[in-house]
Design a protein around this ligand. Structure first.
Ligand SMILES: [Zn+2]
Length: 260
């Protein structure tokens, strides 16, 4: 079974607990006996962000598996070559860890995560990386059943297709200009609403070409992060760090700006 390593925790002197995300069973927890010490079986294998081919053995507890053996299928090494890429990839692992239920398959989620990591691994400018993160955040909402209502005003139900100056609300969708402003709303230029709609409806293969203008990225990431915090019900530190890194860079006039 293939699994993306989300987190490693040490257990006692020599063991490691792994949280992994698989396509057939969603998030799973596995114990790697001797994972901290073993120089042979697991050496260089157990790292967050690695996609592993794993042999999992059942234990007495239905929620806990034992990692018999594993080999690396994709190391996503490109992420480790640049800390900004690594920061941008943080929310991918964090959300699969915090927002998905244990042992429940989530169709398309692993595929989306891997496509996002592959795009981040190529690095590129902040707009490229920010777009990849925004697509992940928008599409995962949909995959996990928290989809945003982007067709009609959440308050009055009017279709919003031709409307300008929409707002996005943490209630879960768009609000038209005629409805009174609420305190938990973000402004949403028409391009941003289209981007969010495309991020969830496009063929997975075409997503790599979807890109948001640099000027709209802070709005997109700001709203999606707030909405995800609402969904998960607590803070998401990796997402916060990624946003700060991506925003800092897009606001900076030059690549070597000390403001970063
Ligand atoms: Zn309305």
């Amino acid at each position: 079974m293939d699994g993306l390593v989300l987190r490693l925790r040490s257990l006692g002197e020599s063991d490691l607990m792994l949280d992994v995300f698989t396509s057939s069973m969603g998030r799973m927890t596995a114990l790697a006996k001797g994972g901290k010490r073993s120089k042979q079986r697991f050496f260089g294998v157990l790292l967050a962000g690695h996609l592993l081919e794993m042999n999992l053995e059942a234990t007495k507890s239905p929620d806990l598996w034992r990692l018999g053996s594993a080999r690396v299928r994709a190391s996503h090494l490109g992420l480790r070559l640049d800390y900004r890429r690594l920061l941008a990839a943080g929310p991918v692992l964090e959300l699969l860890l915090r927002a998905t239920p244990l042992q429940a398959p989530q169709t398309g989620a692993l595929e989306l995560a891997l496509a996002t990591l592959a795009r981040l691994e190529q690095g590129g400018d902040p707009t490229e990386m920010g777009s990849a993160v925004a697509i992940f955040l928008a599409r995962l909402l949909d995959l996990l059943g928290y989809g945003l209502n982007l067709q009609a005003c959440l308050h009055c139900g009017r279709p919003v297709e031709q409307m300008k100056s929409l707002r996005l609300t943490l209630g879960g969708g768009v609000v038209c200009p005629a409805c009174p402003a609420g305190h938990r709303e973000h402004s949403a230029p028409p391009g941003l609403v289209k981007f969010l709609a495309a991020a969830r409806s496009m063929e997975p293969r075409s997503l790599a070409r979807l890109r948001l203008p640099a000027s709209q990225l802070p709005l997109a990431l700001g709203f999606l992060a707030d909405f995800w915090r609402e969904v998960v019900g607590h803070d998401l530190p990796s997402l916060g760090l990624a946003l700060r890194s991506l925003r800092g860079r897009s606001a900076a006039p030059a690549a070597n700006s000390p403001r970063r």
